[in-house]
Write a protein that binds this ligand. Structure first.
Ligand code: NAD
Length: 390
């Protein structure tokens, strides 16, 4: 159980690029990073608008001298200080991730980067190689992957409670963008513009989340080939999709499907992962994150509740409040940030033993998401044909 005791004997000096006062995602980064005392916010280039970023940083208690106008100045100035930052989080629109990540690694920083990590596999590979060369970590914020019940599912599947895995059904399909809301909403506007998001909208923005959750639950499965059909129901979004279906075949004979959508009217989020084996199934839904359905063929459904002593020790390790009280996205993110800090610290100390089996969404997880989107787009743009996963 996490009870406020820091897992490290230090706090990493930490800054942010983006995530300013008008952003959607900056606040959850700050509250998760600082919750367990593993990161302390000391600097940033928080906003594309330098003055607004400075005022925002000051309001957070950051020294005005360390609120920078852009990431280049930020990394250069901090590198010249004895007490300069050790880690940085990147919470800017997608088109900037690659350049900022690369600059951060080259400046000797550990990185937490938003998904999707970048636009294509070549870029992701450059970042993975750079991490290895610089001995630095990139953590990727697939937020709900840090939720305890995802790890309960992983342990149950590894123990064979589901039997042989046959089918994985995934979805992330909400209804918030059923109309052209981007006309009035700056946070949505860049999401449907290829200059900012590259070759996809919902495949990269939404589907990469349940995809990584499924990879976490069933890590041994590899996609062999896939087929994707994508649509732009709000016509002005073409060629970017606001709805897509993907069928996948895995190398062990299992099959999978993904439905991602921003036009699923009435749905709040619809992020679900259902893993079906030869004996039983497991289903997790982000709108009821504290319950995991365990369905054995021929028996009544069991609902496993977060925080209960019957869960696997791995699923209790990051329990913060006990059963009955709900935990959700903020706690799942805090678990990720806690793990990012442990991985960064272990990397700095050269603690290969700790890192050997230490789970967190790393640069390779980021690369796999980018690769998956690339394959989906290739399939969709060749008439929804089956393509070998490469
Ligand atoms: P947003 O448009 O609401 O905010 C972007 C922020 O970045 C703003 O503060 C803006 O001023 C700042 N910014 C833009 N360019 C910058 C630059 N060059 N230097 C410094 N600051 C800059 O976007 P958002 O919704 O917060 O999304 C940001 C990122 O987070 C995206 O990559 C998005 O995909 C990701 N995201 C992830 C999740 C998740 O669950 N992990 C959820 C939402 C968004």
């Amino acid at each position: 159980m996490i009870n406020g005791i820091k897992p490290l004997d230090r706090s990493l000096r930490w800054g942010m690029v983006g995530g300013g006062g008008t952003s959607q995602i900056g606040y959850i980064h700050r509250s998760s990073a600082q919750r367990d005392g593993t990161f302390s916010l000391v600097a940033g280039a928080f906003d594309i608008d330098a003055q607004r970023g400075k005022e925002f940083g000051r309001s957070l208690g950051v020294d005005e001298q360390r609120c920078y106008p852009d990431y280049q100045t930020f990394f250069a100035e901090e590198a010249s200080r004895a007490d300069g930052i050790e880690a940085v989080s990147i919470a800017t629109p997608n088109n900037t991730h690659f350049e900022i990540c690369r600059a951060a690694l080259e400046a000797g920083l550990h990185v937490v980067c938003e998904k999707p990590l970048c636009f294509n596999t070549e870029e992701a590979q450059i970042l993975e190689d750079l991490c290895a060369r610089q001995r630095k970590v990139i953590g990727v914020t697939y937020g709900y992957a840090g939720h305890q019940l995802i790890h309960q599912a992983r342990e149950m599947i590894a123990e064979g409670l589901l039997g042989d895995i046959r089918i994985i059904n995934m979805s992330f399909s909400h209804g918030f963008h059923a109309e052209a809301v981007e006309l009035d909403n700056p946070s949505t506007k860049w999401r449907v513009d290829p200059r900012f998001v590259g070759p996809s909208y919902v495949l990269g923005d939404l589907a990469t989340h349940p995809l990584f959750i499924a990879e976490t639950m069933v890590p041994e499965l590899n996609i062999k080939r896939l087929m994707c059909s994508r649509q732009s129901f709000v016509k002005s979004r073409a060629p970017l999709e606001d709805n897509a279906y993907v069928l996948m075949e895995y190398d062990n004979g299992a099959v999978g499907s993904m439905w991602c959508s921003a036009v699923n009217c009435g749905s709040m989020h619809g992020q679900k992962v259902r893993v079906i084996g030869s004996k039983a199934s497991i289903e997790w839904w982000d709108e009821q994150p504290n319950q995991l359905r365990y369905e054995i063929q021929g028996e009544p459904v069991r609902i496993l509740e977060r925080g209960m002593s019957y869960l696997h020790p791995r699923a209790l390790e990051e329990d913060r409040i006990g059963g009955g009280h709900p935990e959700g996205l903020f706690e799942a993110w805090s678990n990720l940030y806690r793990r990012f800090a442990i991985a960064m610290d272990a990397t700095d100390r050269g603690d290969a033993k700790l890192l050997e089996n230490f789970w967190y969404p790393d640069v390779h997880a980021g690369l796999m998401g980018v690769r998956w989107v690339e394959n989906c787009v290739r399939s969709a743009d060749s008439g929804a044909s089956w393509v070998e996963f490469r």
